[in-house]
Design a protein around this ligand. Sequence first.
Ligand code: HEC
Length: 220
Amino acid sequence: MSAKINWTLAALFALTMAANFVVRPDPDVPNIDYLPDMAHSAAYASFSPNPILPEGKTMQPPVPGTLPRGFTPLHYQATPEDALRAGAELKNPLDPEKAKARGTVVYQNFCTPCHGGSMRGDGAVAMHGFPAPPNLKGENSVKLTEGQMFHIVTFGQKKMPGYATQLTPEDRWSVIAYVKAAQKETTAAAPAPVPPSGAPAEAAPAPVAGQTPAAQEVKK
Ligand code: HEC
């Protein structure tokens, strides 16, 4: 009796395997579309051609002379002259005390790799060959106005990249509030003055140095 069942099961198994092989799916043929409206939307997709709208495009450029909501235009170019103009004209719109908490996070995420937690330009990236940035607590950096810093963080300066695409204006102002607060703490705490910025570059001990010659050039 049990032998009969076993033979039947074995035959069924062989039959299923064979059926599996015969009706196997062909990857070259697309599957049947059921409820096609769920797969193909009736609306035009952002990048699909459009017979109704100008230039045959679905996505249209903004109307000239308009701004997106919440967007503040910045009328400066990435030039040293405009950095000075920004320095004179721009003020931090945030309350420095409230902005500091967010600024700390932004600094740790975006600035420590190069500038280092101590702000002396000894971040991990600088320690592994990237030109060391100047000491943000050094004399030159302390003299930078918040507007100048905003221009630097927005457009970059020499080897430092701009952060306009990664940081909102608010985050840029927050990190500046944090850097300014840290500068004030050090100037208040440290009795010894920072070495004069005119000191020859060789005199400074390499990456942890006060100012790089490059930074002095920019300051003039
Ligand atoms: C990829 C490395 C790198 C990162 C990341 C970086 N910086 Fe810099 N930063 C530099 C370098 C290099 C310089 C010197 C540029 C020059 O030669 O003028 C510099 C210069 C500066 C200066 C001008 C200092 C002076 O005395 O002239 C400020 C201010 C500054 N950085 C702020 C920031 C802030 C704030 C962040 C984070 C949002 C940041 N940087 C992130 C590399 C970096």
